[in-house]
Design a protein around this ligand. Structure first.
Ligand code: SAM
Ligand code: DTB
Ligand code: SF4
Length: 337
């Protein structure tokens, strides 16, 4: 019996994070096995529907207009192209398609109408549709929900205390407000962060506290390792240690036992052995397909070979029900499993 808690303290999370490594992995793996089909891994594929030229100053991001990163700037992609990519992703084993746009926030304009059409079209392919478009108002979230949007990705990235060092063009509170708007529209929440930004362990703990103290835990928490990109202020950051990645994944698994924990950016730098440790520590989702948004990622074939080797299977779409049928029953407040 694992109690799902929403009142984790920094002290408790720190103690978990600092547990001797093998004990930590064992504890996380045990919780994972009690709560989930541990061999099932959700595969999400990313597509950048509007690339580069973003007005924000996120220090890690190759798509911020103010950094010279060589990213090709693209206006919004035609729906037909999105459908083609979605079909290829589905054939590669993906059950979810996440459409990303380099926007600060959604505006109520023609581009948003186009995104709404894309959401409807991908939904018809029987894939879970996710978007990550920046900040959303309540009515924009509702419009996406009405179009059949399954999940919305909106990362906290780091701690509230560390936020200004990484991003100055928006606040942590604005980020949390969007998560609230998404939740209100009954869209599944995907929110996590990045390690390797030069943050402290306290920052990582603080971010995990914020996520685990939300009224409902996010249904998915992506843990990204920074992909350092030339031209961004964080280009020279050293590669994050695999042990930090494992600690972060295991701690997330323990404090949010029912959440899907996604081993996200940074996998091209990880060996199969290192990724296996992350799955052991409770990761049960990946981004698959040869590109993340603008940077490389392992191919579907490489990932399928890894799944076969490790005895993992891709999770089917809508395992927790479709939003229309109000069956997103993965989590409920005070749920005890
Ligand atoms: N513009 C929207 C926003 O910021 O929410 C959506 C797209 S943005 C690229 C989505 C997420 O990608 C960011 O919140 C960040 O967590 C992640 N990301 C961006 N650049 C990254 C990098 N170089 N390494 C790891 N993760 C990165
Ligand atoms: C998330 O947490 N990671 C993804 C997705 N959500 C949108 C993005 C990773 C981006 C890595 C850098 C790039 O490819 O541009
Ligand atoms: Fe823009 Fe999102 Fe990149 Fe920040 S992370 S610069 S908001 S695309």
């Amino acid at each position: 019996m694992t109690e799902v808690r929403y009142n984790w303290t920094k002290e408790e999370i720190t103690e978990i994070y600092n547990t001797p490594l093998l004990d930590l992995i064992y504890r996380a793996a045990t919780i994972h096995r009690e709560n989930k089909d541990y061999a099932e891994v959700q595969i999400s594929s990313l597509i950048s529907i509007k690339t580069g030229g973003c007005p924000e100053d996120c220090a890690y991001c190759p798509q911020a207009a103010r950094y010279n990163t060589g990213v090709d700037v693209h206006a919004i992609m035609p729906k037909e192209e999105v459908i083609e990519v979605a079909q290829r992703a589905k054939a590669g084993g993906a059950s979810r398609l996440c459409m990303g746009a380099a926007w600060r926030e959604v505006r109520d304009n023609r581009d948003f109408d186009k995104v709404i059409d894309m959401v409807k079209a991908v939904n018809e392919l029987d894939m879970e549709v996710c978007c990550t478009l920046g900040m959303l108002t309540e009515s924009q979230a509702q419009r996406l929900a009405d179009a059949g949007l399954y999940a919305y990705n909106h990362n906290l990235d780091t701690s509230e205390e560390d936020y200004k060092r990484i991003i100055t063009t928006r606040t942590y509170d604005e980020r949390l407000q969007t998560l609230h708007n998404v939740r209100k529209a009954k869209i599944s929440v995907c929110s996590g962060g990045i390690i390797g930004l030069g943050e402290t362990v306290e920052d990582r703990i603080s971010m995990l506290k914020t996520l685990s103290n939300l009224p409902q835990h996010p249904e998915s928490v992506p843990i990204n390792a920074l992909v350092p990109v030339q031209g961004t202020p964080l280009a020279e950051q050293p590669r994050v240690s695999i042990w930090d990645m494992v600690r972060m994944i295991a701690t997330t698994r323990i404090i949010m036992p029912k959440t899907v924990v996604r081993l996200s950016a940074g996998r091209t730098e990880m060996s199969t052995v290192e990724q296996a440790l992350c799955f052991m520590a409770g990761a049960n989702s990946i981004f698959a397909g040869e590109k993340l948004l603008t940077t490389p990622n392992p191919t579907f074939d490489e990932d399928m070979a890894m799944f076969e080797l490790l005895g993992l299977t891709p999770r089917k779409a809508f395992k927790n029900g479709r939003p229309e049928s109000k069956e997103i029953k993965e989590m409920s407040i005070n749920a005890v499993i």
